[in-house]
Design a binder for this molecule. Structure first.
Ligand SMILES: C[S@@+](CC[C@H](N)C(=O)[O-])C[C@H]1O[C@@H](n2cnc3c(N)ncnc32)[C@H](O)[C@@H]1O
Ligand code: SF4
Length: 452
């Protein structure tokens, strides 16, 4: 089957499966009291992962799909920092002890838009309220254009040991078209400064499918990105959803590469990175073979959370901040996405949860299958079901839909094991979607991005 036929067949809108059930299936009006009960019931021995969301940026990139706004004044940033500390205190009080934390992830928006002293203070509060071991991973997302000397120093004081830099594209014409000017020198200076501080585990984010990009231009960006000696590179397909993100309508549909062109751009980046010895991981990550993520992938010990692929095996993730999502043994919860609504709840001494879902045993089975497919491109349906003490019958019925994928060379069936081939890697979400029991309504589909 040629590329055009593959695209015609598989390029629908499918979830990225950073959770299962996926966020559009969370129910509105989730009771805050229930979140409190879930926290109070956390087993003592379980390690936690904390996610801290900062929904502010210095600039608004036209393609941005994140929950963020441009905030330039210090006062709202300082007030928000206080809210994060207040929420950490509320959560810790409800758990009722200083629970162990193995991983902290700061995301956004751009977390480093908070004043340096606020960043240090929030991290100190997290260490006071939770038991953060010396070997805990502390990761942060950084916009290289907005990291001044004071904030750099703050990262050291916070104990950050992993950083992710937004790059997207290094071609100036593309940068102009997406409203994000960022010279190679600025990005390099940022990477070098972080390494100078001892933060030498670096990820770079790239995007394909943006206006004016070509196969050649994205390959060149990937080559230049390798020159920054990253440990990991994430390669995202541009998700153009102007009906959900109004500012994206400033990117005109007619300037965007078509589905086949996107497919070829993805392949061009893949070639550059794998030729350089990087290991392809799951849907959209690449890691240096010495990096922990490449090793975890080799040992089938990789996980998928709202931050994408992670080596963090903590089964519970607590989301702190506006729009943050938490994963608990009982299900998922999401905070108010709007900062004023989030502030109102926290200032009233209440949790800010607005949406959520209690997961069923069937959800847990399907989540395990989908996570293995997304992380390892391989799953044994019977062993996953047996591990959870459940029947695999429904999964086998779903798997019948994979006959077409197998005929197209995208998956191989080997008894009860399903393996996604290298040709199938770009379509791994479509394979996972076969096991998604919620994915039929058109309204749900509109909320997801293009498959390739
Ligand atoms: C929170 S930002 C990273 C940190 C920082 N704000 C920055 O941009 O440098 C998260 C990443 O999401 C990706 N991203 C944002 N909007 C996207 C979209 N519409 N489609 C695909 N990827 C997107 C970008 O690669 C971006 O680096
Ligand atoms: S891509 Fe990053 S810097 Fe740009 S608007 Fe989105 S969150 Fe902010």
């Amino acid at each position: 089957m040629n590329d055009a036929d593959l695209i015609a067949r598989y390029d629908g809108r499918v979830p990225r499966y950073t959770s299962y059930p996926t966020a559009p299936n969370f129910q509105a009006g989730f009771p805050q009291a229930r979140y409190g009960e879930w926290l109070a019931a956390l087993p003592e021995e379980v390690a936690l992962s904390l996610y801290l969301h900062v929904p502010f940026c210095d600039r608004l990139c036209l393609y941005c799909g994140c929950n963020t706004t441009v905030v330039r004044l210090d006062a709202p940033r300082r007030s928000y920092a206080k809210l994060l500390i207040a929420e950490l205190e509320m959560v810790a009080a409800r758990i009722g002890r200083r629970q162990r934390v193995s991983h902290v992830h700061w995301g956004g928006g751009t977390p480093t838009t908070l004043p340096a002293d606020c960043l240090v203070e929030i991290m100190a509060a997290a260490r006071r309220l939770f038991d953060l071991h010396d070997d805990a991973e502390v990761a942060i997302e950084i916009d290289p254009t907005s990291l001044d000397a004071g904030r750099l120093q703050a990262l050291r004081e916070m104990g950050v040991n992993r950083a992710s830099l937004g790059v997207q594209d290094l071609d100036e014409r593309v940068q102009d078209a997406i409203g994000r000017r960022q010279s190679y020198e600025i990005t390099k200076h940022c990477a070098d400064s972080l390494r100078g501080l001892g933060i030498d585990s670096l990820n770079l984010d790239l995007i394909y499918g943006l206006p004016l990009q070509t196969e050649e231009s994205v390959a060149l960006t990937a080559e230049k990105a390798l020159g920054l000696a990253p440990d990991r590179i994430a390669v995202f397909g541009y998700a153009h959803v102007p009906w959900m993100k109004k500012h994206q309508s400033l990117i005109k549909d007619e300037t965007l590469p078509g589905a086949l062109e996107r497919f070829h751009q993805r392949a061009a980046i893949d070639r550059v990175l794998t030729d350089a010895g990087f290991t392809a991981i799951g849907l959209d990550h690449y890691a240096h073979p010495d990096d922990a993520m490449a090793k975890a992938a080799g040992e089938e010990a990789l996980h998928r959370s709202f931050q994408g692929y992670t080596t963090d095996g903590a089964p519970v993730l607590l989301g702190i901040g506006a729009s943050s999502i938490g994963t608990l043994p009982q299900g998922y919860v999401q905070n108010q996405p709007s900062v004023p609504a989030y502030a109102k709840a926290i200032n009233a001494g209440e949790f800010a949860t607005v949406r959520g879902i209690a997961t069923t045993p069937e959800d847990e089975l399907r989540r395990a299958v989908i996570e293995q497919i997304m992380c390892h491109l391989s799953v044994d349906l019977d062993s996953v079901a047996a591990g959870l003490g459940q029947s695999a019958d429904a999964l086998h019925r779903n798997a019948e839909a994979l006959a077409r994928f197998a005929a197209d060379g995208l998956v191989v069936r080997d008894g009860t094991r399903i393996r996604v081939t290298e040709a199938g890697r770009p379509f791994v979400r479509n394979v996972a979607a076969v096991f998604d029991a919620y994915l039929d309504t058109a309204s749900t589909q509109l909320k997801h991005a293009q498959a390739v």
